[in-house]
Each structure stands twice: as C-alpha cells, then as structure tokens.
Write a protein that binds this ligand. Structure first.
Ligand code: TXA
Ligand code: MG
Length: 334
C-alpha cells in the first residue's frame, strides 16, 4: 500500500484544499472528510455532504504541536508560561502525537469558530499516517492553519477504514479520495477533554485511560456516557460519538453473549429471519482493525439481522464495546 505521495499528488491535494475543496484523507484511525479549517464555505460543505447537524464540532488536524498554538487559548510562545490546558496539552502531545489522540482545549480567541460549531473549545489531532503527515505538512507550509476532518461517512453511520468505503458512501460527490490503504487502528481516536478541572475521557480509543493518566501524572476520569451510552454527560461539550445510536449499520444489529451465538442464530432463522453473524476473536487490536469493514460487508442487504458475538469485557476491549453498544439497534427496533 502507498506510504507516500508524489510531489504532484501532494500539490493537487493542497491546491484543492486552498480552493475550498474536499479530500478524503487516510489516517491511522479512519478516513477523514477533510477541508481547510480556515474557510467557512469549505467547512460548511463537510456538514452538508455528511448530513451532520450544524452544532456538532469537527476535529482540526495539524502537522505538529507548534501548529496547535494558533488554536489553543493560553499557548504562550515561551516555554513554561502556558495555561493549565496548554501544559497538559504539551505533555500529552509529547507522548502521543503524532497518533490517535484528540485533545479538547479552550479555543484561542483569535481562531475562527466555524470548525468547532461556535463552541469555546476545539478538538485537535495530529495523525500519524505517513500520507496524512505529508499532506498536513505541505498544507501548513503553504500557509494553512489546520484541516477540519470528521470521519468520512454519513452522519450516524459506520466510519470508513479504506478508500473504497468512502467511494461507496459518497458515490460521485466531488471528493478527491486519497488511497492510503487499510487504516491501521480501525477505530476513531481517543478523545480527552482538557477544559475542565479534571481531565475527562470522552471517547475511548487506542490510547487508554491508564496511558493518559500515566503521561499526565494525574488521574483521568471516564465520562459517564462512555460507561453507559444512555447516560448524558451534561458537563461535556457536544460529541456526536456520544449519542446513544451512532456508528450504526442499516441492518438491525444485536449483541449476544459469546456462548449464545449459535442458538440465537438458529432461533432467528427458525423465525424466518435472514441472519449473519460477526464472531469474536481474542486479539483486540486485530478485531478493532477489521470491525468496520466487517460490519459494512455484513450490512450489504443480504441479511435482516446481524448477530454480534460479545467480546471479552476487559480494558483492551473498551473502545470496541463502546462502538458496538452504539451500533446496536435500539431496543424498540429489534
Ligand atoms: O480518529 C478520528 O478522530 C477521526 C479522524 C478522521 O481523525 N475523526 C473523527 O471525527 O472521528 P468525527 O467528527 O467523526 O468525531 C469527532 C468527535 C465528534 O463526536 C465531535 O462531536 C467531537 O469529536 N468533538 C470535536 N470537537 C469537539 C469539541 N470542541 N468539543 C467536544 N467534542 C468535540
Ligand atoms: Mg464520526
């Protein structure tokens, strides 16, 4: 799979961003639907094509920690003089960037507010995928400030982990799709909120709560919404990934206990259902990498019920459980 683009390809992408156009950007987590975070029309095009509600903020992607200063309130140019948010931010960035970590911080008063839906906070991420790094570096070198990119799927649906998923999702919309191969992580980035007194994990991902606490040398709390998707964390800023139903296939999907899969499938078939199953394995990283591609394949219309075998319940599977519980059909639609 490609790990670098040619200079011409890079220029084509950067030119498109500068012209306000959309690019499907490969990252190590999922593919993003990417546009210049500094142009209101480009950002609005993302919302329109995704069908995303206007009050759900986007993540801004940068090439390096230094690029984040423009966006973060209290980011002093002099070492050791930043705000509390910025000090935490620098610590976590030093440890986990580039990589699958998004940090929510107070937005700099001079930075535009349309990428973060008018909120006083902003989500920042520096992806590690070599093509994403190459493109972000070139864009920022050309004078850009950052790239706004939500996952490149229609609102509420499964995130894309390969270029073909984006093409399937958006058909002939005017999006330049860059093929960076299969996403290495396969689940969206960990999101951590640094704007409150205590650091709060809003969305679990490849970087664990324990790893964050260790890097910060302070405890990180889990948002109540992560523990139970039906609980609304009223002090959290709006996160669409925190909706009870999200990441969902169109086909009805139900999680069943590990030992019940065969009998549940047989029962449903006996009731005339067309059933497909998603079996578990015991490698969380490998399962995460393939989860969305497998769900998409099972969601092709040949079945009317997807039965998902419950994975183990330990920490390594937390992000997977989070996505499965939100992808599962609400009780009244089963
Ligand atoms: O791995 C990822 O994070 C991918 C890749 C493309 O970078 N992006 C991604 O974006 O998952 P999206 O928009 O699908 O999910 C970002 C989540 C949303 O739930 C959004 O509401 C939340 O981050 N978010 C963004 N900015 C925020 C802010 N200022 N406050 C609270 N939540 C925020
Ligand atoms: Mg998304």
């Amino acid at each position: 799979m490609p790990v670098a683009l040619t200079l011409d390809e890079v220029q084509a992408v950067v030119g498109r961003w500068i012209a306000g156009g959309l690019v499907a950007l490969p990252t190590e987590t999922v593919y993003g639907l990417a546009a210049d975070a500094g142009q209101p029309d480009a950002v609005h095009a993302i919302y329109r094509i995704k069908g995303r509600p206007a009050d759900h903020p986007l993540i801004v992607h940068v090439a390096a920690v230094a690029d984040a200063r423009y966006w973060v309130e209290g980011s002093s140019d002099r070492a050791g003089e930043g705000s509390r948010d910025w000090l935490r931010f620098e610590r976590l960035a030093a440890r986990f960037w580039p990589g699958p970590l998004t940090m929510i911080v107070r937005r700099h008063r001079a930075a535009p507010d349309f990428a973060c839906a008018g909120q006083p906070s902003i989500g920042l991420r520096c992806p590690s995928h070599p093509i994403a790094r190459q493109l972000l570096r070139a864009f920022i070198d050309a004078g850009g400030r950052g790239i706004a990119a939500p996952s490149a799927n229609r609102f509420g649906r499964i995130s894309p982990t390969r270029a073909q998923h984006v093409r399937d999702e958006f058909g002939d919309a005017d999006i330049l799709v860059i093929d960076g191969g299969d996403a290495e992580v396969g689940l969206e980035s960990t999101i951590v909120d640094l704007t409150r007194d205590a650091v709060v994990l809003l969305r679990p991902g490849a970087i664990s709560l324990e790893a964050l606490s260790a890097a910060l040398a302070e405890p990180v709390t889990l948002s109540a919404n992560v523990i139970d998707p039906s609980v609304v964390d009223s002090s959290a800023p709006r996160v669409s990934g925190s909706l009870v139903s999200h990441y969902a296939p169109a086909t009805r999907m139900i999680i069943v206990e590990r030992s019940d899969l065969a009998s549940a499938a047989a029962d449903a078939q006996a009731r005339g259902r067309r059933v497909v199953t998603l079996e578990c394995n015991d490698n969380a990283a490998a399962y995460a990498r393939q989860l969305y591609a497998r769900l998409r394949a099972l969601d092709d219309g040949r079945a009317d019920l997807i039965l998902v075998q419950a994975p183990p319940r330990d920490q390594d599977w937390q992000a997977i459980w989070d996505r499965l519980l939100r992808a599962q059909s609400p009780v009244d639609k089963r």
